[in-house]
Design a protein around this ligand. Sequence first.
Ligand code: HEM
Length: 534
Amino acid sequence: ATIHDQKLHRGAGGELHQFAEDGMPVLTTAQGGPVSDDQNTLRVGARGPALIDDFHFREKIFHFDHERIPERVVHARGYGAHGYFETYESLAAYTRADLFQRPGEKTPAFVRFSTVAGSKGSFDLARDVRGFAVKIYTQQGNWDLVGNNIPVFFIQDAIKFPDVIHSVKPEPDRQFPQAQSAHDNFWDFITLTPESMHMVMWVMSDRAIPRSFRFMEGFGVHTFRFVNAADESTFVKFHWKPKLGLQSVAWNEAVKINGADPDFHRRDLWQAIQSGNFPEWELCVQLFDQDFADTFDFDILDPTKIIPEEILPVKPIGRLVLDRMPENFFAETEQVAFMTQNVPPGIDFSNDPLLQGRNFSYLDTQLKRLGGPNFTHLPINAPKCPFHNFQQDGHMAMRNPVGRVNYQPNSWNQGPRESPVQGYRHFPAEEQGPKVRLRPESFADHYSQARQFYISQTPPEQRHIAAALIFELSKVETPVIRERMVSHLLNIDETLASKVGHALGFKSMPNPADAAMPTRQDLEPSPALSIVER
Ligand code: HEM
């Protein structure tokens, strides 16, 4: 046999495997063409001009030029892992969701943890909320529980989301500060938006600097519904409880870690899973009905409120184990698309106005981020159950309806059919009322749970909250914004307020903020804050 013969091998399917002289597979273009030289562009003579004939060079640079896709508009920096969800017991009494029917059944899952405000290249130990997004590939389609490690949110209505995010991200003219909350714009918005006070207390607490993803809780935040086979609804709040317990770092540790190892959290998750030390969380629920909801003086549709676990203990219903790292960070962690609207039959939404807005936002943003309507064709986003529909074509289409029929009804007795029995039925909640833009009165108390949270902390944790507020507000350059924050703190805890006011050098304390919901007039910016003056 010639040398040439030894370097070729035909596979069972007739495919040609080509090997380089050292026995490694031959480098090819994306079209499969073998490459002879990957070190030098094609030129006229060794020292001459480059030639446009060089299709290998052009393809290589073209592909490199387009390696970046838009980072997520929020939660840009994240790290994911594969695993499974295991059901503890049948929840048929509450939900017809297939994954909750059979004890011991395991369903594949993918989780992406993230920071919210920083860019993709930012550091892991930022003082920030952490995303805790879970995709469970159920036999009735993907269920995405797109949560955070903090059980409440800054705003009550999704229409304020662009504002809160703009205020926390770097300013449009100077593009700093990168540091999450140490930021005039952020504190300006927050202090003009008293509904954020509960969340702000969590963000100033140790919860916002977790020791690792493995020591974090997760929360679905909103009230959802379970719906059973008889179409009866039970309200449900979802909680993830880490088996390792909760741990955070202290601020001075976080600052050092960010400098020494900005990848601290992703390295921790990678090393734990690669060494067989699989992190685990229990999925817990708080289940309640409308009568129980009516006993609260807050509204269960208000995402700035929790239902205290002392009043309604959480019930563990299953566990999530992460046991495999992605092989391809970009294909999996970067291109995974979570969306709150992905729910299987048996799980439904409440009227929480933040949740309702999210149900629009995720699909919309992913259409752009992932380059077209076919991102469910990517393996990380595709369901792992059989699926059939008449969607076709579009950028990057990997599959189309098979055969002649791509519509229904049709006379060819082909293609999938809708099923009122098997299919998703929305819970037929009774709705009525005038069409208005109005915040309900039941959403008006912005301080009680902020106070409850602060009081529930141990003395060292309370000291950390005070220190965080003092540090963050000391970076705020505009005096009236600092004062406004302290005036809110007076409604939360007077000792905390005076500690912060004193440390900021206040000669006298401001009046407590008006506890009433701000009206449009209250929100008029004061002239002292005009951009010119800054
Ligand atoms: C991304 C959680 C509110 C819009 C994310 C991610 C999480 C998350 C965990 C990252 C998903 C991933 O890892 O790929 C939450 C929570 C919220 C909340 C817990 C409140 C309770 C909102 C609201 C909006 C919104 C109100 C808009 C109205 C987005 C967008 C992304 C995102 C556009 C980027 C998605 C992507 O590009 O794939 N959110 N979010 N979020 N969220 Fe939210």
